[in-house]
Design a protein around this ligand. Structure first.
Ligand code: IMP
Length: 226
């Protein structure tokens, strides 16, 4: 049996993901940190490593993120935390069945670069998605979110990996300003509101792709020796 990590750094600077993970966290004796929190707690000025996410799957990309982060930040953080730090990365995406191969692992890079630079990433991606689905009838505006999580120790050894999924439909007009990414365009199956119209608590309480993956990680951590 592994020893439960005392500290885990979230390998992301996406505030929306950090908020969702934090709201769901329930592991006694394991503290999760964002890079910002580590900087302010220890007077450091670490920056998020720039990772090329060129994997073919979300799982590969989640691992590539942990690799980029543990290699760049491990030496410093190993000293700060006396070796007691692990790295958790998440890669996620929206899979739209009427647009096979277009989003998925490419969800963040979906809209053209110039459009993302002018409008901002999320706004550009949402605009592009609405445009490409203009002629697609409601019944075919279906898809799912998926999330892959990868936890590695300070030497890069994989401690745990898992995935989660959630079916959604894509609305015809953005609704709501909460959440992040494609939230204003996606309604989880069986619900009426888009994620953009839900607080993090509402979104998490439904059980999302990320919470489903996270719950498995939390359950695994709880079985490890504290
Ligand atoms: P990543 O940060 O490289 O994992 O990119 C994930 C992409 O999928 C980004 O465009 C996110 O905005 C989008 N995405 C992932 N999960 C969600 C979600 O829960 N809501 C909205 N968009 C999401």
């Amino acid at each position: 049996m592994e020893k439960r990590p005392v500290n885990i750094l979230l390998c992301t600077d996406n505030e929306g993901k950090i908020a969702e993970i934090r709201a769901r966290w329930n592991v006694a004796g394991t503290k999760i940190w964002s890079i910002e929190e580590i900087n302010s707690a220890f007077g450091l000025s670490l920056t998020a490593p720039n990772v090329v996410e060129d994997g073919h799957t979300l799982e590969e990309n989640a691992w590539l993120k942990t690799e980029g982060w543990y290699k760049q930040l491990g030496p410093v953080l190993g000293q700060v935390f006396g070796g007691e730090i692990a790295f958790l990365a998440e890669d996620s995406g929206l899979f739209v069945y009427a647009l096979p191969g277009k989003l998925g692992v490419f969800s963040k890079r979906f809209a053209p670069k110039e459009m993302q630079e002018t409008m901002g990433v999320a706004q550009a991606n949402n605009t592009q998605l609405l445009q490409l689905l203009t002629a697609v009838p409601t019944a075919r505006r279906t898809g799912h979110y998926a999330a892959a999580l990868c936890l590695v120790d300070i030497s890069g050894e994989i401690l745990f990996e898992t995935t989660g999924e959630l079916k959604v439909t894509i609305v015809t007009e953005a609704r709501g300003s909460l959440g992040f990414g494609y939230d204003p365009l996606t309604v989880p199956n069986g619900q009426a509101k888009t994620f953009g119209e839900m607080t993090t608590e509402e979104k998490n309480s439904l059980g999302t792709h990320r919470t489903r993956a996270l719950d498995q990680l939390v359950a695994w951590l709880q079985t490890q020796v504290a």
